[in-house]
Design a protein around this ligand. Sequence first.
Ligand code: ADP
Ligand code: MG
Length: 257
Amino acid sequence: MARIFCVANQKGGVGKTTTTVNLAAGLAKVGQRVLMVDLDPQGNATMGSGVDKRQLELSVYDVLLESASVSEARISSEKCGYDVLGANRELAGAEVELVDVERRERRLKQALLAVSDQYDFVLIDCPPSLSMLTLNGLCCAHGVIVPMQCEYFALEGLTDLVNTIKQVHANLNKDLAIIGLLRVMFDPRITLQQQVSDQLKAHFGEKVFNTVIPRNVRLAEAPSYGLPGVVFDPAAKGSQAFIEFAQEMVDRIQKIS
Ligand code: ADP
Ligand code: MG
């Protein structure tokens, strides 16, 4: 059975997509079978995995509307080493189209069941909002990975996210937990970032991943080549950190299961 993780944070531009595609590639590198699900209509995780969102014949949109199965809609990204259930602008319409549907927040969960034994990990890249799309992600996940920048307002935003996750846990998905907070775009030379990082560890203890993802320009360049940094330049500091993070995830899963 695959372990399913959402990469979520209500804020935009905090590194969700970068984390999703690089963790997917990192997990593939350490021998895991991975499906990456793009739940953001921007389709950045799709493009960043070498799949052209404009050419998708079937996407996660069709899966949510039950006009296609995951096996029909997924694409294998050979360069990246994992499968992609892609997204494009069409997905923005799903929200409205699902309004009158029963159990609409469980559509993705239901669909993933059919392929669950084919993967070790399913990673879901969430949009920067608490929409029906994010809810679909949170409903099927065992855990949430929260990427965050160690900035002044980071902790405030976290309170909202933690409350949301508590509500989903109480009402929709008993399995859901924050698996961990991932410090990303980290610059140790900035004193404030060190301070926020220390605060995070004081508040959340074990929930803070040991691995820290540094700010690294190669990670930012990689998407323009349609690749995760881990594939584009495996030797770069940021890529190395994501490979380390993948191993940390594998170790954490073994501990809790
Ligand atoms: P989100 O999905 O949360 O909106 P992204 O992953 O798209 O965030 O990241 C926002 C921007 O920051 C992108 O331009 C991305 O390339 C850049 N970025 C993300 N992580 C890093 C990093 N560790 N070092 C440098 N740039 C990064
Ligand atoms: Mg994104």
